[in-house]
Design a protein around this ligand. Structure first.
Ligand SMILES: CC(C)(COP(=O)(O)OP(=O)(O)OC[C@H]1O[C@@H](n2cnc3c(N)ncnc32)[C@H](O)[C@@H]1OP(=O)(O)O)[C@@H](O)C(=O)NCCC(=O)NCCS
Length: 143
């Protein structure tokens, strides 16, 4: 496995170094994410341990994240894609996507999945498209 993956643009860095993650900052951002309402800091702390998290930093301040849940072989699930409001519209979301998709340990996967309410136009720029055969898919949704 690649130890730590990093990409830098000026004073901004994207890093997968778990020791840089700021749980308070992630919690604070995710309280404003429509899919994570009511998610506790304890829940975030737990799943961060079992996910590949891409943190976005200005200096040491965490200003974004994206999380990949994966077996590093056939399958990955992309979620918790969030850029702090003050930093949106400057290409950070697209840089995050480019960084995730060029991560050495996420190459050659059979399937990369995600769900979105309104950001289809972001992900479609990176090859994501609506399920081809949605009738084949099932979920057990517990809210
Ligand atoms: C979505 C988000 C991560 C984008 O980050 P960003 O740094 O503002 O995005 P960028 O500046 O890199 O540009 C995003 C690109 O996707 C497009 N896009 C499509 N749907 C979008 C949406 N719902 N929100 C933002 N951008 C969207 C933009 O038009 C832009 O494309 P363009 O440059 O070709 O015009 C950010 O707006 C965010 O955190 N939103 C709230 C959380 C969220 O909705 N996350 C996605 C959940 S699936």
């Amino acid at each position: 496995m690649t130890a730590i993956y990093e990409s830098t643009h000026g004073n901004l860095t994207i890093s997968t170094d778990p020791s840089r993650l700021d749980l308070d900052a992630m919690y604070e951002m995710l309280t404003r994410a429509y899919w994570a309402k009511g998610r506790t800091k304890e829940v975030i702390a737990r799943y961060v341990q079992f996910s590949l998290v891409f943190g976005v930093y200005e200096g040491t301040r965490q200003i974004g994240l994206a999380r990949v849940v994966t077996d590093y072989t056939t399958f990955a699930w992309l979620c918790d894609v969030f850029v702090h409001e003050d930093y949106r519209g400057k290409g950070i979301g697209k840089w995050l996507m480019e960084s995730i998709l060029s991560h050495p340990d996420l190459q050659g996967l059979r399937r990369f999945l995600l769900a979105t309410s309104d950001a289809h136009g972001l992900y479609s720029q990176y090859g994501f498209q609506a399920l081809k055969e949605p009738e084949k898919w099932m979920e057990k949704f517990n809210g």
